[in-house]
Design a binder for this molecule. Structure first.
Ligand SMILES: [Zn+2]
Length: 106
């Protein structure tokens, strides 16, 4: 009697999904006088992030961002992902006003 082995569905994550998972292990705090500090829990390395006044996007100082960001302006390293979540929570707590929501207008 032949038994059919169950086919295990392999979970394949895109690089962006893998970075999103890693971003969960990045600790974020505010930097002085501006910007943010992202601390990778696994490697215990600190990176400084700031918002570019030209692109209105976050810029990270890690090697990943510097090299991959050169070819892809939409590239977000795990530190950028983590800081975006940090800013999002802060915004909801301190600034969000449903009557002033204008995100869809730009
Ligand atoms: Zn980074």
């Amino acid at each position: 009697m032949r038994s059919k082995k169950p086919v295990l569905e392999r979970q394949i994550f895109t690089p962006a999904e893998q970075r999103a998972a890693k971003a969960e292990r990045v600790k974020v705090s505010e930097a002085e006088p501006y910007g943010w500090i992202a601390e990778s829990q696994s490697s215990r390395e600190l990176y400084i992030l700031y918002a570019s006044p030209y692109t209105k996007r976050l810029v990270c100082t890690c090697a990943d961002f510097i090299y991959r960001g050169k070819d892809d302006p939409d590239y977000e390293c795990k530190h950028v992902t983590a800081v975006l979540k940090f800013i999002g929570r802060w915004y909801l707590q301190h600034h969000y006003d449903p009557l002033q929501q204008v995100c869809g207008n730009n």
